[in-house]
Write a protein that binds this ligand. Structure first.
Ligand SMILES: Nc1ncnc2c1ncn2[C@@H]1O[C@H](COP(=O)(O)OP(=O)(O)OP(=O)(O)O)[C@@H](O)[C@H]1O
Length: 263
């Protein structure tokens, strides 16, 4: 059995535009939080959507001993927890019901008591218990983003696909979200692919990065090895420095646009 997530000879795109052609990734081991980085429109969301089964693709996709590419959409959702870039709909459902229906859709094996206990644990882990009985239509964007994450976690997938999960969150909630995701994937030995624009969050908290540029995958590996001024220039067309903070950790400071054509 191969452990973790592998993607090989993967191609996808839209009617008039190929986004990935024969992309292969290094194996992403169980328990790893992987940042998917790259400029706007490079294909980060398209990649996550295709892995989630919401976008046609060709190629091989293996999650532990499961051949994801051959699974139907419903079967795949049992193994894959996808949080889209768009926030959960502002419906009149209360947050608890939204998470309950997400969980029931993929866990018919669990009793109602087991599901209730699971959802309580998820709300506690994310520190959003106070939102449980509030309608989604009355929640802020950041609160809805946390409920979306609760839906993904409650499904207990082996692969998380989080598309810009911190985009609506303030500094405290960004850290809380990443801490919780790290704890969940460590406990369940899951793999998490997280599209994110904040390179410093990726440097600080992710085990690996996949950095895409207009030519495809530019770099993959430990963020501290991969994030260099040269690769940032190639990916984003910016002049940037990698400095070190008072704790000795690397921090990216971007100075200016070097080449607008990179985007
Ligand atoms: N439904 C669609 N039909 C046609 N083209 C699309 C569709 N969705 C996305 N695209 C195009 O595919 C390319 C990749 O888009 P995608 O959303 O995957 O990029 P991204 O890296 O996630 O960008 P961002 O960082 O801006 O969210 C873009 O050129 C976009 O215009």
């Amino acid at each position: 059995m191969s452990a973790g997530f592998t993607l090989n000879h993967f191609s996808t795109g839209y009617r008039k535009r190929r986004i990935f052609e024969q992309l292969s990734l290094p194996t992403l081991p169980p328990g790893s939080l992987v940042a998917v980085l790259g400029p706007n429109a490079v294909g980060k969301s398209t990649l996550l959507k295709a892995i989630a089964g919401l976008q046609p693709f060709s190629g091989r996709m293996q999650l532990n001993d499961i051949d994801l590419a051959t699974l139907s959409g419903a079967a795949r959702m049992r193994h894959v927890g996808y949080l889209p870039q768009t926030l959960p709909q502002a419906t009149t459902l209360v947050a608890y019901e939204a998470v309950l229906s997400a969980c029931r859709a993929v866990r018919p094996d669990l009793s109602r008591t087991e599901i209730d206990a699971l959802i309580e644990r998820v709300f506690d882990a994310l520190a959003i218990r106070s939102l449980a009985l509030r309608p989604l239509s009355e929640l802020s964007g950041g609160q809805r983003q946390m409920v979306g994450l609760a839906q993904a976690i409650a499904r207990q997938p082996a692969l998380f696909l989080l598309d810009e999960p911190t985009s609506a969150l303030d500094l405290r909630w960004q850290l809380a979200l990443i801490d919780t995701v790290r704890a969940v994937i460590a406990e369940r030995q899951a793999v998490c692919l997280m599209a994110i624009h904040d390179i410093n969050l990726a440097l600080r908290f992710c085990d690996q990065v996949l950095l895409f540029g207009n030519g495809g995958l530019l770099a993959a590996g430990d963020p501290q090895d991969v994030i260099t001024p040269d690769v940032l220039r190639a990916a984003y067309g910016v002049e940037a420095r990698v400095e070190h903070c008072s704790l000795g950790r690397p921090v990216v400071l971007s100075d200016r646009v070097s080449d607008l054509s990179a985007n």
